[in-house]
Design a protein around this ligand. Structure first.
Ligand SMILES: [Zn+2]
Length: 227
């Protein structure tokens, strides 16, 4: 299977790394009891590559974003083993469309009444990102002790399914609630926005000079939480 990297990233990112079957939404990265993580998500073909495969058509289906849906192993097996016609091409496209829509709606930013409420929401997102960076990032213990392990793949996926979406949520919160931010704190907030935008660009195309996470932004948010 040779799905171009750009299609894999797009599918994983838009599905936020979760199974697309309605009601499932299982995370496609599993944390193992013995430590470490593994990818369990499967990029399933909506129209099989082989004409005689599940939902096959003459000429076969492409290895492209348009013809793929992200599923957990259970639901990938379920749709491919079911008798022809139970899960149609249209049905799977509907699952994918609805799932991606649910994810994108989660970016609509609320308008907050107070600095504290806004600060708490941002703080939660930053804590989640920080944990992932600490456990799977390039400076994590796992990366240092085993540079050839699968952590690079996991890190790349975690950036797409959690860190980048969380950063976008924070940017939306800043933009929609600017009136709550003190003038003196705006510089730190814009610094974060530049960092987050550079980080996201770097996920899709290697870019030089991405700003590191600005510590002063975290200080601003910590102050708001304590108001
Ligand atoms: Zn599932």
């Amino acid at each position: 299977m040779t799905i171009p990297t750009k299609d894999q990233k797009k599918l994983w990112g838009l599905a936020a790394g979760r199974c697309s079957k309605p009601g499932c939404g299982e995370g496609c990265i599993r944390f193992l009891d013995e430590g470490g993580t593994t990818v369990i998500g499967e990029m399933a073909h909506i129209i099989a590559q082989q004409p005689d495969g599940p939902r096959g058509q003459p000429g076969g289906g492409e290895d492209s974003y348009e013809n793929l849906i992200l599923l957990c192993p259970t639901h990938h097996t379920e749709i491919d083993k079911a008798p022809e016609g139970i899960f149609s091409v249209e049905e799977l496209k509907r699952w994918k469309w609805e799932h991606e829509n649910r994810i994108s709606r989660s970016f609509l930013s609320p308008v907050f009444d107070s600095k504290k409420e806004m600060g708490l929401k941002i703080k939660r997102l930053l804590i989640q990102n920080h944990r992932i960076w600490k456990n799977s990032g390039p400076e994590s213990q796992e990366a240092a002790s085993n540079p050839l392990s699968s952590h690079v793949e996991i890190w790349n996926l975690r950036k797409l399914d959690t860190i980048v979406p969380n950063n976008r949520k924070v940017i939306n919160i800043i933009n929609n609630n600017e009136y709550l931010i003190d003038v003196n704190d705006l510089d730190a907030c814009y610094h974060f926005v530049e960092h987050a935008e550079g980080f996201e660009r770097n996920c899709y195309k290697r870019t030089e000079g991405v700003l590191r996470f600005p510590v002063e932004f975290e200080r601003v948010i910590d102050n708001y939480v304590q108001v």
